[in-house]
Ligand binder design. Sequence first.
Ligand SMILES: Nc1ncnc2c1ncn2[C@@H]1O[C@H](COP(=O)(O)OP(=O)(O)OP(=O)(O)O)[C@@H](O)[C@H]1O
Ligand SMILES: O=C(O)C1=C[C@@H](O)[C@@H](O)[C@H](O)C1
Ligand SMILES: [Mg+2]
Length: 183
Amino acid sequence: MQSIVLVGLKHVGKTSAGVALARLLGLPCFDVDEEVVRIHEAETGTRRPVREIYRLLGKEGFQDLERRAARELAARARLRPCVIATGGGICDNPGALSALKEVGVVVYLQEEPHILFERIVEGGLPPFLEGPDPWEAFLALYERRHQAYLSQAHVVVRARGTWEDELARSILAALEEHGYARK
Ligand SMILES: Nc1ncnc2c1ncn2[C@@H]1O[C@H](COP(=O)(O)OP(=O)(O)OP(=O)(O)O)[C@@H](O)[C@H]1O
Ligand SMILES: O=C(O)C1=C[C@@H](O)[C@@H](O)[C@H](O)C1
Ligand SMILES: [Mg+2]
């Protein structure tokens, strides 16, 4: 079977659904953000959360690293099918997304903006939403990225507030419906 690449806005549940989906399918699971953290640690000697790396390197520096991480995971996917969860901004990094698109079926996990915004605010605002009106900033980002993911994805799955195992089962059903068989 092909590898499965999960894309979508921040906090839709890509990482947690990725782990659950990989368990259901008996495949390894990788995460582009985790690979960014690993490469950055290997090169600097300090382990930092992905958000801190973004803050430290800025958008361009972060995207360079994200591209390298995506290429590394694409190389692993060529050896053995796997589930790959991406970071929420990969649609703004064409080199990274195209590397993953070459090796797998791209699944856009979609959720309503107010649900995502609540989750994001709970964890503290990321650098790209800091400013006078974070909700307006998020909405603009949501509209743009939603269109970008719709145009890039092979399959769209509405999360409808679900996550982990329940979302993984919806992904599997959608893949089967679209003719992406398990074997
Ligand atoms: N359906 C849900 N209900 C409640 N909380 C959720 C749900 N989905 C995700 N979360 C919460 O949102 C946060 C992000 O989840 P997860 O890491 O799986 O998402 P992600 O899409 O990988 O996010 P990121 O884009 O930041 O990598 C976690 O704190 C998780 O607890
Ligand atoms: O939405 C974004 O732009 C990001 C989401 C995270 O997953 C990380 O990839 C990074 O913090 C950028
Ligand atoms: Mg994640």
